[in-house]
Design a binder for this molecule. Structure first.
Ligand SMILES: Nc1ncnc2c1ncn2[C@@H]1O[C@H](COP(=O)(O)OP(=O)(O)OP(=O)(O)O)[C@@H](O)[C@H]1O
Length: 607
């Protein structure tokens, strides 16, 4: 029957596998602490057992228990020993021993509870850190396919649920160990009755396993709805300006209420399962104890003291069975969260980038140039449409190349290929004549300064934002970088200069100020390659001119790739590459291309 219950609990193979993975992970993390925990559990179980046995001297002193009630067998000797204790020592001594046992037991329980919390919280951190590491080293192409809100949800909500489940796993283990010891002692005292209690208890326990399945279903539903809620809130915050501008608040609120209510209903449903099983256990206890008392007194005519002992044992064992049930339901509810965490982690691990770390590995500095040879790239493997087709060009070191083309022509995709965030399906990208090894990609990227379209700043001071890119940068280096990005005057006039906090994602700055700040941050790293992906799109003419003057002053020292939509900014580029629908349609310098009346660049300039 126990086998059936086990099977029912772990009906799906995945659940068994995940639960075993979970236990394996937990054990791998806290081997010694878990062993210490087990020892404590055994000690606590024994002490609780002795606590029960101490009833015998009480009964003996009170004259309820005679020392000749049973003869022979382990139970006789045990009872005899404790009964003798009652007749040879006085009541105060027995009470003192009893209090001592309870004191030691309480102290151990407190120690074990602290140890459990240490294991639980430590395991939570262990899983979070492991998951965050896996996430940080995952390939961009794999991250691109994921919703940010799902990842946040996994790292916060789902992992917190897993941690809550850990508490129950530890509690259940303690309950199981202590119960086993108590059952052993109860067997010594009264094998027949204990067997009957156990049989009844097991049958009841197995019957109750249907609720564990229910709990698991509720857990899966909670996972799904909390994920949706995270998504909704994240989207709302990302688009809060648009929401307010278009007066869409009510719709957002309605959505939020719907999701919140679904979660609320699931938790209420789960509590209904928990309280329902608790009620059934209580009613079951009353029925069982009535049957035992009746059959003990009327049919088996058991001695009163034995019945009393059985009531005590039953009163201790039954709640444990109930707490095992509650624990199983809690763990079953947590398993979908663990499964989600595990799936995400294994996907991240499958798509890892190799990293060479350590002082021996310096950023790769470009010496002769970058070359793209017949590169084809498509975002979806199964799709027949390519974002880039047969792209070949080179960026000699120290030159400035401009990529132009209408929206969607593939400019940002070229930039992502050069940084190694994505890899071509056909063709190759050579850095100083050789393809960059997978393991060295991060070293290559460390030598690149990148300013994206939607430049972001942390909610921190300018100094901290700069320090993020180059932790050891001196005050002088920071001001130099700010000057190169034409933002030094702005920073110098701020009330707290470098200590001024720029708001969340830099919202306290104008679009142009933010982009110049991010450009300064990129330059602070002293990169050998600088990529500007429409980085000047929100600058006014004057600021744009200043940035390009600064960039021109870097000409020859850096290899620069500029993705630009304003052609005025690329006049001085060494070469201009015009893209259209993923193909290179023109190459040359500004003067050459503009000379040709049919040129695409001219057409773009006209637009
Ligand atoms: N993550 C993605 N998944 C699928 N397709 C994508 C993805 N990113 C871009 N594309 C597609 O690839 C093509 C090239 O996009 P890309 O962003 O490189 O163009 P772009 O020239 O930089 O455009 P824009 O000037 O608007 O930024 C487009 O058709 C676009 O829809």
């Amino acid at each position: 029957m126990a086998g059936q219950a086990f099977e029912q609990f772990f009906k799906e193979k995945d659940a068994v596998r995940n639960f075993l993975f979970y236990i394996k992970d937990l054990y791998a993390y806290a081997k010694l602490k878990i062993l210490l925990n087990l020892v404590l559990m055994v000690l606590l179980g024994l002490l609780e057992g002795i606590g029960i046995l101490m009833l015998i001297p009480f009964l003996s002193i009170a004259g309820i228990l005679s020392s000749t009630t049973a003869a022979g067998g382990a139970d006789f000797w045990l009872k005899q020993f404790f009964s003798d204790l009652g007749t040879t020592i006085s009541l105060p001594v027995v009470l003192l021993i009893y209090t001592g046992i309870i004191f030691v037991q309480s102290w151990l329980r407190r120690y074990q509870s602290n140890l459990n919390t240490r294991i639980q919280q430590g395991f939570y951190s262990f899983l979070s850190i492991r998951m965050f590491q896996a996430l940080a080293y995952t390939k961009w192409s794999s991250l691109m396919a994921r919703k940010k809100s799902d990842v946040t949800h996994l790292l916060t909500g789902e992992l917190a649920r897993v941690s809550g489940g850990t508490q129950y796993v530890l509690q259940m283990t303690a309950t199981a160990v202590i119960s086993t010891i108590q059952i052993g002692i109860a067997f010594l005292l009264s094998p027949g009755l204990t067997f009957l209690v156990l049989l009844g208890g097991m049958a009841f326990f197995c019957w109750m396993q249907r609720y564990v399945k229910e709990a698991k279903k509720t857990g899966a539903s909670i996972s799904q709805h909390t994920r949706n809620l995270f998504f909704d809130v994240t989207e709302h915050l990302n688009g809060i300006k648009e929401v307010k501008t278009c007066g869409m608040e009510t719709r957002q609120i309605e959505n939020f209420i719907k999701l919140r209510q679904a979660i609320e209903n699931n938790f209420v449903r789960f509590n209904r399962i928990q309280s329902g099983t608790d009620m059934l256990y209580r009613v079951g206890a009353a029925v069982f104890i009535s049957i035992f008392l009746y059959s003990g007194i009327e049919i088996f005519q058991i001695q009163a003291e034995e019945l009393l002992l059985m009531v005590v044992i039953f009163a201790r064992l039954w709640p444990r069975l109930s707490s095992l049930q509650v624990g199983l339901q809690q763990v079953a509810m947590m398993l979908p969260a663990f499964q989600a965490v595990l799936d995400f982690e294994s996907q991240c691990l499958r798509d890892q980038e190799k990293y060479l770390e350590g002082p021996a590995y310096a950023p790769i500095e470009l010496r002769s140039g970058i070359e793209l040879k017949h590169v084809f790239f498509r975002y979806q493997q199964e799709s027949s449409s390519y974002a880039l087709r047969d792209i070949s060009f080179s960026l000699p070191a120290g030159t400035t190349t401009a990529l132009v083309g209408v929206s969607g022509s593939g400019k940002s995709t070229v930039a992502d290929l050069i940084t190694g965030l994505i890899t071509p399906q056909q063709g190759e990208i050579l850095i100083d004549g050789t393809p960059i090894a997978n393991s060295a990609l991060h070293l290559w990227r460390r030598g690149i300064g990148y300013v994206p379209q939607d430049a972001f700043l942390f909610h921190a001071s300018i100094r901290d934002n700069m320090g993020w890119a180059h932790p050891g940068a001196s005050e002088e280096e920071i001001w130099k970088a700010l000057k190169m990005a034409a933002i030094d005057e702005f920073a110098a006039h701020l009330p707290e200069r470098l200590n001024t906090v720029v708001g969340d994602r830099g919202v306290r700055l104008s679009g142009g100020e933010r982009q110049r700040m991010v450009l300064a941050r990129a330059l602070l790293r002293k990169p050998s390659v600088l990529i500007l992906d429409e980085a000047t799109s929100s600058l006014d003419g004057e600021n744009e001119k200043r940035i390009y003057q600064a960039i021109e002053s870097l000409h020859g020292r850096l290899t620069i790739l500029v993705i630009a939509h304003r052609l005025s900014t690329i006049r001085k580029a060494d070469q201009i590459i015009v893209l259209d629908q993923g193909r290179i349609v023109e190459k040359g310098n500004y003067a050459n291309l503009m000379e040709n009346k049919e040129s695409r660049l001219r057409a773009l300039a006209a637009i």
